[in-house]
Design a protein around this ligand. Sequence first.
Ligand SMILES: [Zn+2]
Length: 259
Amino acid sequence: MAPGLLGRTPTSVRVGLDKLARPTPAILSAGIRGQSISELRRHGKLLMLRMSGGSTWAIHLGMTGQVILAETRPLVKHIHITVGFADGGPRLYYRDPRQFGFMAWCADQAALEAGPLANMGPDALGIPLEVFLERLHGRSGKLKSLLLDQRVLAGVGNIYADESLHRAELHPLARPAGLSREQLANLHRHLQETLAEALARGGSTISNFVDAHGRPGTFQHAHRVYQRGGQACGVCGREIQRIVVAGRSTHFCPGCQGQ
Ligand SMILES: [Zn+2]
């Protein structure tokens, strides 16, 4: 997204669904209009666009949020916010079928930390081993729930939790308190590898994910367990099981991931 946004100045903000614009559509619009985008950062599922005046335009992707940069309005449903730019180039379309994401304007770093970044754990991508162990070691919760909990680690979603646990040969219901340091270190390594591989392949397109230019990802072809319930495990041949953990569909192999 950076090449399509850096240095550009928003001049119009159209909000179709008020609850997705924080603190209000009018404040969001007044905050970012006329300021150029000087830097892009990401933490977990939160994108942070630093504006020339020092404020931040935050875009949280939630579960199904998407940023689409395009000359004309894409022919898809659920586009809730449209931002136009001074250069008349591609507009930014914020699409979010399930509406768990949002856009926010934060006047300064303190507002960012008290708002969109509040209660967010360290970013999962590139998290140092020691920090990862500190977050999980000795915890009594279920591994899958902890991986999805953005307060523990930011940025791990349902697909990558399942895929990392299979690669690390850990049962989704295992609890860190019952695991060795080596097992958790192994999970750290597989989580990093899974995220890096998925990024290199443009993510996983199951139903609607596409990148900022509308391109689908291909990592779904590398999935070992996610949405493969009833199929044979590619490693051991046992039938992949589906259970529900923390309200989310969870897939694992009872052979590779014995509890
Ligand atoms: Zn298996």
